[in-house]
Design a protein around this ligand. Sequence first.
Ligand code: ACO
Length: 326
Amino acid sequence: MKFVKIAGLGKYLPSKRLLNSDLEKMVDTSDEWIIARTGIEERRIAEKGVGASGLAYKASQIALERAGIDPQDLDLIIVATITPDTQFPSTACYLQDYLKAKKAVCFDMSAACAGFVYALVNAWQLIRGGLYKNALVVGSEVLSTITDWEDRSTCVLFGDGAGAAVLTESTEPGFLSAYLGSDGSQTDILNMPGGGSRNPISSEVIDNRMNYMKMKGNEIFKIAVRIMVQAANKALVKANLDKSSIDMLIPHQANQRIISAVAKRLSIPKDKIYLNIARYGNMSSASSAVALCEAWEDKKIHKDSIVVLDAFGGGLVWGSCVIKWV
Ligand code: ACO
């Protein structure tokens, strides 16, 4: 079995900023409520007509350059997204074409906010098993296209963006462990009911606003805290590490209060948790990817740092992954 490391990271955030004060003009909400209940101050919105592949392309170019890997040497591209450019072909195939990564095998990963962690673990295992050498893993979302801008309980939460990681073989680990989980009995608390094969796009779907995300926020809140703590602990045990060995926790950025509750239960001090929710809101699969990239750019991750990714989202799905930075 081969060792695997992250060789380069990149991110892309659209330049258009949507402030809480802008949302005050759209729905019955306030800057005070949004900051107090979520920690979000602003989010980014992609230009009309720009799909997940467009954001992914810009993040991927940076990650590949930093890794020193030519796109033509990529064996695998996985794009984690719940806002693919089209139902098919996959967003990963569009990205392959932009990058001219002709020999890469491409597919999308649908695991909502845990998508980037799921995709990383898949790429790690495919390289570890010897099938591929170089992989590009991207979390990219244009959530603004599936956000109901008339629903104050969800529209204040989400934003657009992309983060990318290049994975390669390594002489030392790298990826140490992972713990993934799913619970399909709770599909009703966070979903998008329309636009798929069960309720294809129709005037009825549109009239009932079924082509937008629906969420029972406070039910998810409690489950998210419990599961994220459990996932991080299980991944740490698999890596033979204690929570005191965490140098940087990269939690999914859904709600500042969820992150604080998870950190408290894991006894992790504030300076070891990466937070960017105030600037970007919840970008689903892109959240962990962008946070990991920014933690590295901000020099919060060094050689030998123990980094723990911890994500949770609609499905329900969750995943935690322990990486030693090499
Ligand atoms: N502005 C003002 N008031 C609001 C707003 C708003 N934007 N939204 C809701 N409220 C009101 C509600 O109507 C309710 O009023 P009421 O008491 O008169 O009925 C009150 O605020 C409290 O509402 P709650 O939903 O109980 O508020 P809560 O404190 O739970 O916060 C939130 C809501 C932010 C959504 C929180 O529950 C949360 O973050 N949940 C988890 C989200 C998450 O982790 N999702 C998973 C990942 S997303 C993915 O996978 C795509």
